[in-house]
Ligand binder design. Structure first.
Ligand SMILES: [Fe+2]
Length: 294
């Protein structure tokens, strides 16, 4: 098989027991459809891949990203007008763009991104590592009663941390991956606000548990960057977080492959929980507003 033969020439090394592999023996700027197929297979197995010592420029970075699907444009973040799908984030000494809360990219959208391809252009001498967590494992390690409960639920996500609380979406708490067919947990600390079918106190308690559980050390990998490393991850079954513990400059460039609608493991079993009019109904206003919009 062409794909297997290609992988045979690559050096693929797992980094932890949960997820992540370093891949050497391929120059990504020369990758074509056959290499993309092989990388997809590796991504399905390892969830996040690291390619050290690459030599991508903005144009070859974009071309590599397009092998995996249509790229999202970020007019406000893009590096230049001619490359709206290519953007750069800079941070120095604790100031700048640092994604230091656990999240799945853009889960506040109806179609969160599928995967991201990141180029570490400049990294600090120490610190600024990134962590990823395996959401298949986070789901599979739950007890059966908790799995049963979570599979019937949905959650409201919003872009409140980005001053855009009106950007909202409702997603299943447990989703099914369209390629692997595996179930994974799909709530995160950064974007997930509310379990739709519970009252706000129950929702707070369950989300607090699930978001903490999902990022248990046993489910994670922590990666120490070097300049020139390309990372790509499957956003549908992982979440990630940058450690904001560095003083030097950190510059990353990235492209993002556009998303799909998360598929629920089970249809919702319950109606949205909206309190009758009372002093506590203030906790439900955002949810009511969003349900009215749909
Ligand atoms: Fe992110």
């Amino acid at each position: 098989m062409a794909t297997a033969a290609k992988i045979d020439h690559w050096d693929v090394r797992r980094i932890t027991g949960s997820l992540g592999a370093e891949v050497r023996g391929i120059a990504l700027e020369k990758a074509g459809p056959a290499e993309a197929d092989a990388i997809r297979e590796l991504l399905t197995e390892h969830l996040v891949l690291f390619f050290p010592d690459q030599d991508l420029n903005p144009d070859t970075h974009i071309a590599f990203g397009r092998l995996f699907g249509e790229l999202e444009s970020h007019p406000n973040l893009s590096l230049d007008a001619e490359r709206p799908e290519f953007f750069e984030l800079r941070a120095k000494g604790g100031v700048g763009a640092i994604a230091d809360e656990w999240h799945s990219d853009l889960s506040c959208q109806e179609q969160p991104s599928v995967l991201a391809i990141l180029h570490m252009v400049k990294c600090p001498e120490f610190g600024g590592d990134t962590m990823w967590a395996n959401m298949y494992k986070a789901y599979e390690a739950l007890s059966q009663p908790m799995k049963d409960l979570c599979e019937g639920l949905t959650a409201l996500h919003d872009a409140h941390p980005h001053d855009k609380p009106e950007n909202m979406a409702i997603h299943p708490v447990v989703r099914v991956h369209p390629v692997s067919g595996r179930k994974s947990l799909f709530v995160n600390e950064h974007f997930t606000r509310r379990i739709v079918e519970m009252n706000h106190k129950e929702s707070d308690a369950l989300l607090s548990f699930l978001t903490g559980w999902a990022t248990s050390p046993d489910f994670t990998v922590r990666y120490r960057w070097s300049e020139g490393t390309i990372a790509m991850w499957d956003n549908r079954c992982t979440q990630h977080c940058v450690l904001s513990d560095f003083e030097g400059e950190r510059v990353i460039q990235r492209v993002t492959v556009m998303g799909d609608v998360p598929e629920a493991a089970e249809p919702p079993r319950y109606e949205p929980n909206i309190s009758p009019i009372s002093a506590t109904s203030r906790h439900d206003r955002q949810l009511i507003r969003f349900l009215d919009q749909r």
